[in-house]
Design a binder for this molecule. Structure first.
Ligand SMILES: NC(=O)c1ccc[n+]([C@@H]2O[C@H](COP(=O)([O-])OP(=O)(O)OC[C@H]3O[C@@H](n4cnc5c(N)ncnc54)[C@H](OP(=O)(O)O)[C@@H]3O)[C@@H](O)[C@H]2O)c1
Length: 293
């Protein structure tokens, strides 16, 4: 397939582009400036210049392709306003991409997060949260999945809290950044809350499998580690950076604080059984050993 990819220069997108190119697909990658354009071109993709807010460019990318993988999301998590702006931008982009594909039976794979369910491990059958700081993402993904009845093979690959590669990425990456700034490897709550995780190279395989074969309107869990205790994550970060490991107020983590404090294990049993996905790369705690002081 000729696949239009947004976010092809991110932690996940970089591996998705390589996975697609290594498995017989060609890639048209959105790039908003010279650096990202050179990066995706160097990987072997064709470049479509534009940003997530350029809806005509997005429609044109979808129209030129046999399928779409939508990964782009603003990188500024520093304030509730910045996060809300990114959610709104992604929502408009998904709506434009979905509209372009109506009646075509072509696939669009979007990214989402694994849901959390109090007292148990979440599964692919659980609904996405549609309230809270990222609730708008759940609503726009649900709208895209709803296009399954209008001739779009829309699917969602739900990410765990940390998608990592060489010790970087996701919530664990935010803990690492905060530790470097604060001089303390902090964790919110009592640290026994668990976050699921996956290696980006394993997640990339699942995006390809969903693009190639997942039925319209379905959701999948890219979960390798069902749940790593946050104190264990902070302990590896503290040891690698030579910093003390301590409980800190959840407010230290900005708009993500309440989410950071929650126990949110997730399963991928259904995804593994149905799509035959099998993660093979290191788990989070092992991968965090790559952090350099
Ligand atoms: N990593 C995780 O642990 C994790 C967990 C759950 C969900 N997710 C979701 O998975 C997706 C990919 O995550 P990631 O970790 O790979 O993200 P990332 O490393 O932060 O990369 C973000 C990507 O989006 C692009 N982008 C951002 N704003 C853009 C804009 N206005 N116009 C065009 N491109 C734009 C970036 O392009 P530039 O190179 O130009 O900046 C980059 O390619 C995101 O939707 C993220 O929220 C990630």
């Amino acid at each position: 397939m000729h696949v239009f990819v947004t976010g092809g220069t991110g932690t996940i997108g970089t591996t998705v582009v390589t996975e697609l190119l290594g498995n017989g697909h060609t890639v048209l990658a959105l790039a908003r400036s010279d650096g990202p354009a050179q990066a995706v071109e160097g990987a072997g993709a064709e470049v479509l210049r534009g940003g997530l807010a350029d809806l005509d460019v997005l429609r044109s990318g979808a129209a030129q392709s046999d399928g779409v993988i939508s990964l782009a999301f603003g990188r500024d998590y520093s304030s509730p306003d910045a996060l809300a702006q990114s959610v709104a931008e992604e929502s408009a982009a998904l709506a434009a991409l979905g509209q372009e594909l109506i009646g075509s039976d072509r696939p669009i794979v979007t990214v989402s997060g694994t849901p959390w369910v109090p007292g148990r491990t979440s599964t692919e059958a659980d609904p996405l949260p549609i309230d809270g700081p990222v609730g708008g993402r759940g609503r726009s993904v649900n709208a895209l999945l709803g296009l399954a009845s209008r001739g779009v093979r829309s699917t969602a690959v739900r990410m765990p809290r940390t998608v990592h590669n060489e010790g970087k990425g996701g919530f664990a990456g935010l803990l690492t950044d905060q530790a470097r700034r604060a001089g303390v490897s902090g964790y919110p709550g009592d640290g026994t809350q668990r976050w699921p995780a996956v290696h980006a190279l394993d997640a990339a395989v699942l995006f390809r499998l969903a693009l190639e074969s997942a039925p319209a309107g379905t959701s999948w869990h890219a979960v390798s580690d069902e749940g790593d205790a946050v104190r264990d994550i902070a302990t590896v970060i503290g040891r690698r950076l030579g910093l003390p490991v301590e409980a800190v107020p959840q407010e230290s983590f900005g708009p993500f604080g309440p989410i950071f404090a929650m126990d949110q294990p997730a399963s991928s049993a259904h995804t593994r059984n149905v799509l035959g996905w099998q993660p093979t790369h290191p788990g989070l705690l092992e991968d965090l050993e790559s952090i350099q002081p």
